[in-house]
Design a binder for this molecule. Structure first.
Ligand code: SF4
Ligand code: SF4
Length: 177
């Protein structure tokens, strides 16, 4: 059975990752994440944003989202109607998933770097991570590559799935200066 990481700890680590990426990887403001991603909305997101837009929840859901029957999740319409001139019009209160994009920490103890091919932020983060691994964890890194635990940088795989411990070590290394 997979041991789950406590939610509070996950949130703390996710915030730390978000802040590190914000300082370290430049966003090219291409807007791809707001035009062509599956962004799941949580209840607090829906409440907060509908309040800000001064519309009731039902109108917000009808106007801006749709329901995915297969995953049973509320998903933002794409391209996101809240994007104007490639800028988020609700940036300060954007949904949690938008704040976390493109690196997601999951409770199963894994980290997903999303859309490495297209997102400049994700590409920079992933390339630097590989660089860190090759310098710091040579044997471990070789074994991970050998066992296909994560794709090489030239792989056509869009998302990297990585062990949380390795990303934690990378974040500490990035923040050490
Ligand atoms: S809410 Fe903002 S950040 Fe999120 S998809 Fe829409 S425009 Fe992009
Ligand atoms: S896809 Fe990546 S680089 Fe482009 S706007 Fe989104 S976060 Fe920034």
């Amino acid at each position: 059975m997979v041991r789950k990481t406590p939610k509070k700890l996950l949130k703390k680590f996710q915030n730390e990752v978000n802040n590190t990426i914000y300082d370290f990887s430049d966003c090219s403001i291409c807007g791809i994440c707001c035009k062509d991603e599956t962004l799941t909305m949580k209840e607090p997101d829906i409440n907060r944003i509908s309040r800000k837009l001064a519309i009731d929840k039902k109108s917000f859901l009808n106007q801006y989202t749709h329901y995915n029957i297969e995953t049973e999740e509320t998903v933002m319409n794409m391209p996101c109607p809240l994007l104007k001139d490639n800028r988020c019009t609700i940036y300060d209160i954007r949904p949690e998933i938008c704040r976390n994009f493109p690196v997601f920490i999951l409770e199963e103890g894994i980290v997903i770097i999303n859309n490495i091919e297209e997102c400049a932020k994700a590409t920079h983060f992933f390339e630097s991570f590989l660089d860190f691994c090759s310098k710091r964890y040579q044997d471990h890194y070789k074994n991970l590559i050998k066992n296909n635990h994560f794709p090489k940088s030239d792989s056509s795989v869009k998302n990297a799935v990585l062990p949380i411990k390795l990303i934690a070590a990378f974040i500490i290394w990035l923040n050490k200066d």
